[in-house]
Write a protein that binds this ligand. Structure first.
Ligand code: CS2
Length: 507
């Protein structure tokens, strides 16, 4: 590692610079055309969909290169541009890194500076697929009802200027409008975010938006548009400067756009495309007519426990997921939560083995090389909790089954968003609703000069449970649920995270 700091190595600009043993694109990147526009070209896309596309292009080179679009920041574009959009994926296991240089991304655009180029790509007849990983909040929707937030500043802007959009929904509609006018078929829109029935939800958002700006276009989208739902899975922690140095050392080239991920990956897509699709099945992508069992398994078992580890783990001073998994009580808690409170809510499917999935999942969480920060996963809880924990709890409450562990996870989230840890240290809360949370903590008197006044915990939890955009009217008013949350929160304040976990695991 030190060597990489001192020895000057060239920037990764061409596959010619790479030694023989590094797997790299063998197809002609210059002649193949763009067939996919991807919104949100962050680390997850580069470690997941772009890797699948790399394998498809390697065995059957076709016009399925990716045009990546960033809506908010120019960082990825600035990192990828000098590298001709080449970058490294380092699959990290206990045994070390396995590197591969990816060439499936042909270009990267920054929408705020290259709006016309983005719209041109969307309108191009070569574009068959628009994929997206824009994170939960990128959909500008109400997490509980799935409706478009018409008062969201970006949506307000786009509704008034729909041919020159800012939001992802706005871009999708503007692009479809251009194709409608040109007599082209609509592209397939494929959401790859961790949301339930993400395709259906996205279709409804696009329809809500297009109905306001252009009813004819809206009818065309309703008739002809395809919005398959999908389940995506791969753990991709944020890359650190140390990671970059170690990759530089192994690659003998400097790569500013490298990503790190676990070896595991999965992609299941609903079979519903409007104008052709890459040969997904040849690289292990599963096409299905019934996406629900897959997405519920993933959102509830993986993401549900991931958020649980994030909130309880952060409070218990665990910086990384793998650290929390070394704590035997914590591990037991997560295992029992999966078995007792999540699995009973899941549907079966002939190609799913839940027992195997859960065992593999705990091993994935234990991967010590990943160093996945609990703080990173804890971000945007208001957008994540409904599909990760509340849909599960809803079913448990309805069937009068246990939900004490999920309650502790929710109480830990309510404790976390106070922005002060169990030792009085400030937590940097990243959440679109953080100001609201802050206001509630002060107005209910739970937080006074950054000190917790536990006598006021009931009015605080009541005010949080009243946020129907998170809890929905049903849970907000369910006395069994609300009473348990209040009790659990009060106990968590008193006993702290580690002891609360210990109290709930079987002896
Ligand atoms: C994580 C996910 O950050 C988070 O919220 O739970 O990004 C998770 O790592 C992926 O969904 C795994 O596929």
């Amino acid at each position: 590692m030190n060597q990489a700091k001192t020895v000057r190595v060239p920037r990764l600009t061409s596959v010619q610079l790479l030694s023989e043993e590094i797997p790299k694109p063998s197809y002609d990147r210059n002649t193949l055309k763009v067939g996919i526009v991807h919104f949100g070209i962050g680390a997850f896309h580069r470690a997941h969909q772009a890797v699948y596309m790399e394998e498809i292009l390697a065995h059957d080179p076709g016009d399925w290169m990716i045009c990546g679009v960033s809506l908010r920041h120019s960082t990825t574009r600035d990192q990828m541009l000098p590298q001709n959009s080449l970058y490294t994926v380092a699959e990290r296991s206990e045994k070390g890194d396995s590197l591969k240089v990816i060439g499936s991304v042909k270009e990267v655009l920054f929408a705020q500076k290259e709006q016309l180029e983005v719209l041109k790509r969307l309108a191009d007849f070569q574009t068959k697929l628009v994929t997206m990983t824009i994170s939960e909040k990128g959909y500008c929707h109400d997490p509980s009802s799935g409706k478009l937030l018409k008062k969201h500043p970006d949506i307000l802007h786009d509704l008034a200027n729909y041919q020159f959009p800012m939001s992802a929904i706005g871009y999708l509609v503007a692009g479809l409008d251009l194709r409608y006018k040109a007599g082209l078929p609509p592209y397939t829109v494929l959401s790859c975010d961790n949301l339930p029935e993400n395709g259906e939800m996205l279709k409804n958002l696009v329809l809500e938006f297009s109905k306001i700006v252009n009813p004819e276009l809206n009818q065309w989208i309703a008739d002809k548009g395809c919005f398959p739902s999908s389940m995506v899975d791969r753990i991709v922690p944020a890359v650190t400067e140390n990671d970059k140095l170690s990759i530089t050392e192994q690659l003998k080239c400097r790569d500013e756009a490298a990503v790190i991920c676990e070896p595991f990956r999965q992609w299941v897509i609903e079979n519903n495309f409007s104008c052709g699709l890459p040969d997904f099945q040849s690289v292990g992508v599963q096409l299905t007519d019934d996406i629900r069992p897959f997405e519920e398994m993933k959102l509830r078992l993986l993401n549900g426990t991931h958020s649980t580890i994030a909130y309880l783990g952060y409070l218990a001073s665990y910086e990384y997921v793998s650290d929390a998994m070394l704590d035997s009580n914590f591990l037991k808690f997560i295992r029992e939560m999966m078995d007792e409170e999540i699995t009973p809510t899941l549907k079966t499917h002939p190609s799913i083995d839940l027992a195997e999935y859960k065992i593999a999942l705990l091993d994935r969480f234990k991967n010590p090389g990943l160093r996945h920060r609990t703080w990173q996963i804890a971000m945007d809880g208001s957008q994540k909790i409904p599909q990760r924990l509340l849909n599960t709890v809803r079913e448990q409450v309805l069937h009068k089954r246990p939900f004490s562990k999920i309650s502790l996870a929710l109480a830990a989230w309510m404790r976390y968003i106070l922005g002060v840890d169990e030792f009085g240290k400030a937590i940097e809360i990243r959440d679109p609703m953080s100001e609201r949370f802050n206001k509630i903590a002060f107005e209910t008197g739970l937080l006074v000069s950054n000190k917790i006044v536990s006598e006021n915990s009931e009015s605080y939890t009541r005010a949080i449970l009243d946020l129907t955009e998170i809890f929905g009217e049903d849970l907000s008013q369910n006395s069994l649920f609300c009473t348990q949350i209040q009790k659990t929160f009060t106990r968590l304040l008193k006993n702290r995270s580690a002891q609360s976990i210990e109290e709930l695991v079987k002896k």
